[in-house]
Design a protein around this ligand. Structure first.
Ligand code: RB5
Length: 155
């Protein structure tokens, strides 16, 4: 798979670890920064914007976004059409986010997860298939909401 990845300043060390790990696998990595050598802080929505846009447009198959908690990245990424981003924090949430929610962007918090465990969560997330049946129908309902509401304010 082609995997787009990015982080803000809070997530740069974990992002670099993940990027290095992915480069040893058969996946191809599109790393959009921020560089591990960069100094100062950056704004997580700018990085979520790039990765979510790549996945939404089909230029990347999946995305990985790292910030302090994963929360800001997931909120921003979920603004894009077709994006299902979730904050993953253990093995179970990694597996379920794929099996039940068909997530296409994995978000993690560099300040909230142990970094070596984060690699295990990533492996599970990459290996888990989306389950068919009722889960497919539920995810289709999310797509219907997106189509109906779009970028308009809720009525
Ligand atoms: C940066 O300090 C922090 O707010 C950011 O990395 C992230 O946790 C936001 O959700």
């Amino acid at each position: 798979m082609k995997i787009a990845i990015a982080s803000d300043h809070a997530g740069k060390d974990l992002k670099s670890l993940i990027s290095d790990y992915l480069s040893l696998t058969s996946h191809s990595v599109l790393d959009y920064g921020v560089s591990v050598d960069s100094e100062g802080s950056v704004d997580y929505p700018d990085f979520a914007d790039v990765v979510a846009s790549e996945v939404s447009n089909g230029r990347a198959d999946r995305g990985v976004l790292i910030c302090g908690t994963g929360t800001g990245m997931s909120i921003a990424a979920n603004k894009f059409a077709g994006i299902r981003a979730a904050v993953v924090y253990d093995e179970f949430s990694a597996r379920m986010s794929r099996a039940h929610n068909d997530t296409n962007i994995l978000c993690m918090g560099a300040r909230t997860v142990n970094h070596s465990r984060a690699i295990d969560f990533l492996k599970i997330w990459l290996a888990t298939e989306f389950e068919d049946g009722r889960h497919k129908e539920r995810v289709a309902k999310i797509a219907e909401i997106e189509k109906r509401v779009g970028n308009r304010e809720a009525e």
